[in-house]
Design a protein around this ligand. Sequence first.
Ligand code: MN
Length: 294
Amino acid sequence: MTPPAGASPQHVFVGDVQGCADEFEELLARLRNRFGDEFVLHSVGDLVNRGPDNLRVLERMRELVEGGRGHHVLGNHELGLIAMLLGLREVGERDTLGDVLESAEAPDWLDWLRGRSVVERGELSGQAYVLVHASVHPDWSVADCEAVGARVHAQLAQADLDAVRRFLRQDPVEVEANSERDLLGRLVSCRGVNGAAWSSKKPAEPPDEPWHRAWRRRSHDYGVVYGHWATAGLHLAPGLRGLDTGCVHHGRGHDGFLTAWLPAMEGAPDGLAPFDVPAPVLWQIPARRRYYFY
Ligand SMILES: [Mn+2]
């Protein structure tokens, strides 16, 4: 069914795809079937790695972005791919990025990826939100998130590739807090916080805690849509939409899905706002097979 002309397009937020192109294309086919071209897809990042078909996923996403119907923020795995394309990092035994690295278009993919944002700000039914791969600082306002994203983006997107190499080569553990390299780590890798400190590790016990628990205590007026934390699974809480349900991790102790959130575009019929709970419309595409065995 195609909605009548003039209606708002359906915004769709998809969790970590990680090279699971079959499931991603199944989602896109279902969306086309339901909405025609009247949808806008937002990816939380980690489109690539661990799964089998990275290039095909990137191509689908890029078509949407170039058609004005796609938004994609960088995840840690895109950053890893950028580092490999820049010759800064070896391909690890669990990396499956050969299809991109060996492509004749690899330099073009490097430029495209460097041009993506790390934070995107948007609005749903009048409520501001940010799209980010892993986390935002619990104290940040929506304007802070946007400003930090712009600072980090400027480092990644600069024309001088040696300057980009110098930026990425900095040790994220050693760098000064709130430097662009530290902020990049928080945006694409963080899971736990302890006051102002952050870590990519799952928080052990208090005062270590999930970043979003500290964020929620501030009663922010904006929403956060994120991914990155497959072992925590789907996370729906007021203001929060954590969408990584580990499609690529299917069979490693749980059933994997690709999850998409389709918020009500004109306010839900029961008066709920987009980031209230319960409310979400979720589409889940089951993983077709087990992808890796570590
Ligand atoms: Mn990630």
